[in-house]
Design a protein around this ligand. Structure first.
Ligand code: AGP
Length: 608
């Protein structure tokens, strides 16, 4: 996600644009830019790097009283000066900044190029100013509306034109845009923090709406041009609360961002009829996919746990020999790889030293490397042969949440793609799996409703010294993630065990009141799982079971049950992990820990 600001008023535009972008840097910070109207022209600056790089080149920029700005979290087109926003039309008379993903930008770009438009960047965004230019006949609002009719995907936009001074147009579709109402001055921003120093009175745009800001005020219209009456909202938050959108911690905000993050990661990657995976942006051709003989997945921490799920899916869907290993172990064990091996490296930051070392070792041994990462232009992205980006947006909290679930979507898409190209799944089974994948954001949305129950249940765990997470198959992989979440932010000793393994030793640790979190989402092993739960409860454990709606037997053997919405067993991890994230969060809060910055840890471990 990126940060957008806009200004029209009696004052100078540049100070607000720069201050506003500073307050939105948590939304993206690999490049930044602003453009202002001066007389009959546009004058802009844009730079790779943090906002201070941009500030260093603003001297001499005559501030007008109309302008827009952008701080970028790259999606299409690696971070660079030319890929920074704003983007312009051929004549340099129209400027646009964008937050979101335009799914069909390639076909639009081709159409525009045939019509004589020349592009300067690799971004999806740049098609917008050229579309507006194509339709501009003296009415910017009308030209914007016609341009919007071509776009598919998510887009919050701010638009200015040299030919219509004193006007800024804001657009919202699946990406936020907020209007600030000042005294004789009006503002646009992706998020409230950018506005609070100037006003607390805002208009929240809805999807399918645009705002036309001028010196005379603000008009809100739908994409057909129909005026909309929107009541202003007075923001009760202070600036810090606003950066977390009213949540007390970034981690809780990011837990709740997961439906949007999953939608963005899925966007454009399943055919419109829902029957095929389309990984055009990854670069792994059908021929290369069919040449793969085995898959090795590596990562660290949460990324490794996503890799465990991926390994399961590569075997089950693509019928490939698949292994998963910790990156720090993989690189020292002399792995047997060759050109038939696809080494999948999973890394939110794309900068984890152990994972990069594993990537380099894999390449040295002849494997093809595919990186699953959340940062465009990261080291992993640059060094891999193929890249499958997650579109989670910046993850600020050290404890990874939305990165994990978008990694699950990524490995699911990859496994389905390999199955599709290797013809290892009947088409109807593939279609059903993809339908389930497309439903996942809604199911994650639905399971977030258990938040109050997890807040209450946290009390049962807060005073414990130990906690155990048990599961079978994919549930065991999720149990691994659950134990990591709990211990890294609450400092409680937690461990995950394959449920079938308990009787081989760990059961000795189960005594009165010891919390055991049991995952029972995998239908083919329910009976075994219920029996394992019975064993620990009989020895006094406090048992919290996560089970699909309908598995009512779970309540007979558990102290508490969190019921999950119906989901394909193979897609259950992304749903089952949500209560575990929330539970860990509320235990950490109850224990007074620093949720977003837990002791001893860093967001990206760039040392070995
Ligand atoms: C997860 O909550 C932790 N913050 C940590 O395990 C993290 O997943 C690990 O360091 C890997 O980071 P990466 O995904 O950026 O490579």
């Amino acid at each position: 996600m990126c940060g957008i600001v806009g200004y029209v008023g009696h004052g100078a535009a540049v100070p607000f644009l720069v201050d506003g972008l500073k307050k939105l840097e948590y939304r993206g910070y690999d490049s930044a830019g602003i453009v202002v109207q001066n007389g009959g022209s546009l004058e802009g600056r844009k730079r790779l790097g943090r906002l201070q790089e941009l500030e260093s080149v603003l001297s001499g920029l005559q501030t007008g009283n109309t302008g827009i700005g952008h701080t970028r979290w790259a999606t299409h087109g690696r971070p660079s000066d030319e890929n920074s926003h704003p983007h312009y039309d051929c004549g340099g008379r129209i400027a646009v900044v964008h937050n979101g993903i335009i799914e069909n930008f390639l076909e639009i770009r081709e159409w525009l190029a045939v019509n004589g438009h020349v592009f300067r960047s690799q971004t999806d965004t740049e098609v917008v100013p050229h579309l507006i230019e194509h339709y501009y006949q003296g009415d910017l609002e009308e030209a914007v509306r016609k341009a919007l009719s071509h776009l598919r995907g998510s887009y919050a936009l701010a638009v200015v034109s040299a030919d219509e001074p004193g006007k800024v147009i804001g657009v919202q579709q699946d990406s936020p845009m907020i209007v600030g109402l000042g005294q004789g001055e009006f503002f646009l921003a992706s998020d409230i923090p950018a506005l609070l120093d100037r006003t607390r009175d805002v208009l929240i745009l809805q999807d399918g709406e645009m705002a036309i800001l001028s010196q005379d005020g603000v008009q809100v219209k739908d994409f057909s041009g129909q005026l909309i009456e929107r009541t202003p909202f007075r923001v009760p938050w202070d600036a810090v609360m606003a950066e977390k959108q009213g949540y007390n911690h970034f981690m809780l905000k990011e837990i709740h961002e997961q439906p949007r993050a999953l939608r963005d990661t899925l966007r454009g990657r399943i055919s419109r009829d829902g029957t095929r995976v389309v990984l055009a942006d990854v670069g792994l051709s059908p021929v290369a996919a069919r040449a793969i003989e085995r898959v090795m997945v590596v990562g660290c921490g949460t990324a490794y746990h996503a890799g465990l799920v991926g390994r399961f899916l590569f075997e089950r869907l693509a019928q490939l020999d698949a292994q998963a290993d910790l990156a720090s172990e993989f690189r020292y064990r002399s792995p047997l790889l060759d050109e038939g091996t696809l080494l999948v490296v999973v890394s939110q930051s794309g900068e984890t030293a152990d994972t990069l070392a594993a990537l380099r070792e894999g390449r040295r041994r002849g494997a093809k490397v595919l990186a699953i990462t959340n940062v465009v232009g990261s080291s992993a992205a640059r060094e891999a042969d193929y890249v499958l980006y997650t579109w989670a947006g910046p993850e600020v909290a050290v404890a990874s949440t939305k990165a994990y679930t978008t990694q699950l979507v990524a490995v699911s898409l990859l496994a389905a793609y390999l199955a599709q190209e290797r013809a290892t799944m009947p088409p109807e089974d593939l279609h059903r799996f993809l339908q389930g994948l497309q439903l996942l954001p809604n199911q994650v949305e639905a399971v977030l409703a258990c938040e109050e129950q997890t807040r209450r249940l946290a009390e049962q765990i807060t005073k414990s010294d130990d906690a155990f997470f048990i599961g079978r198959g994919l549930d065991y992989a999720v149990a691994m993630e659950g134990q990591l979440k709990l211990k890294e932010i609450s400092y409680i000793h937690a461990e995950a065990y394959a449920a079938g393994e308990l009787k081989h030793g760990t059961l000795a640790l189960i005594e009165e009141g010891v919390p055991v979190v049991a995952l029972a989402t995998q239908r083919h092993v329910w009976e075994k799982m219920l029996s394992n739960i019975t064993v620990v409860q009989a020895r006094g454990a406090y048992v919290l079971t996560l089970a699909p709606q309908g598995l009512t037997e779970a309540a007979q053997v558990s102290d508490e049950v969190i019921y999950l919405p119906p989901v394909d067993d193979l897609l259950a991890p992304a749903v089952a992990v949500i209560p575990l994230q929330l539970l860990s969060y509320y235990v950490s809060v109850a224990r007074g820990c620093d949720v977003d910055k837990p002791r001893n840890l860093a967001k990206s471990v760039t040392v070995e």
